[in-house]
Design a protein around this ligand. Structure first.
Ligand code: PLP
Length: 284
């Protein structure tokens, strides 16, 4: 591919860099029609993507789970470098890689054409240090065909986030079908119970967050099922969210019940460890 620099706000689409206003996907695209696609959101700081290899590895896992063929890694890397480099030079940005099944007839069946590949960047403001969260009345299905895959079928997350915002929360938390803590709409959750830092295991149906993995590598934490009831019973001493855009973010209240002293000491340790890592490297 040839990627010519033409200025800011350029989007990579199917092999070309074009101005945002000309970046168009077909109305027959199966990603648009059914949500048949995979994506990644990568943090970009001063034009440089953070932990890109981990995101590309997860994109490959998601694509394989959906049976989609990705473009060659070199093409994706080149597209990311071009779009990240053309985006906001100062501060933070979010870069999104989206790959869908391409055009198809207007039903659930796939077409035979090539995938649609889009890489786009948008500015990103700093996340506040703490967030109020709400536990939604719907469950993550740990037995779903999509469990653990980062697909563009995100309407469940959209509804959950709307539900949480209407209750003054900035993230919605899902339990799974057996009543254990799972994850947020776009984040993973860590809790401190009895002084131990815990996070739900992959088997709970969550998406294996890049930030979750980094925190597990940086601080002492165990992957363990946590019944949602522990929140209502007041057993959770501290809690925090992890995500590409939030980093480590303390949870200040759950369903309107304050977690006193947020951010707690273990949250502070995790937050400090991630921020030290991020200031020392782009490629953990
Ligand atoms: C459902 C879901 N869980 C967890 C995460 C956190 O993952 P990461 O740390 O890779 O951003 C995300 C994405 O951002 C997500 O969409």
């Amino acid at each position: 591919v040839r990627l010519h620099f033409r200025g800011v706000n350029e989007v990579y689409i199917d092999g070309e860099l074009v101005p945002e206003s000309l970046a168009r996907v077909s109305v027959f695209d199966h990603g648009f029609v059914t949500g048949d696609g995979v994506f990644e959101t990568v943090l970009v700081r001063e034009g440089k993507p953070f932990a890109l290899q981990r995101h590309l590895d997860r994109l490959a896992r998601s694509a394989s789970g959906l049976g989609l063929t990705l473009p060659a890694v070199g093409e994706l890397e080149q597209a990311v470098a071009a779009v990240a480099g053309n985006g906001p030079r100062a501060g933070r940005a979010r870069l999104r890689i989206t790959v869908t099944a391409g055009t198809a007839p207007l039903g659930s069946g796939r077409g035979s054409g090539p995938a649609s590949v889009v890489v786009a960047v948008a500015p990103l403001t700093d996340a506040p240090p703490a967030a109020a969260v709400a536990v939604v009345p719907w469950s993550r299905n740990e037995n779903s065909a999509l469990a653990g895959l980062k697909t563009t079928s995100y309407a469940e997350n959209v509804i959950a986030l709307e539900w949480a915002s209407a209750r003054g929360a900035s993230e919605a938390i899902f339990g799974n079908t057996v009543g254990n803590l799972c994850e947020g709409t776009g984040s993973n959750v860590f809790v401190v119970i009895g002084g131990a830092l815990l996070t739900p295991p992959l088997s709970s149906g969550l998406l294996a967050g890049v930030t979750r993995d980094l925190v597990l590598e940086l601080v002492a934490a165990a992957e363990k099922d946590v019944p949602l009831e522990t929140f209502a019973r007041g057993e959770v001493e501290e809690a925090f969210l992890t995500s590409t855009t939030r980093g480590v973010q303390a949870i200040s209240s759950i369903g309107g019940t304050e977690l006193r002293g947020a951010p707690g000491p273990l949250t502070g340790v995790a937050r400090g460890a991630l921020s030290d890592l991020m200031s020392s490297t782009d490629v953990p």
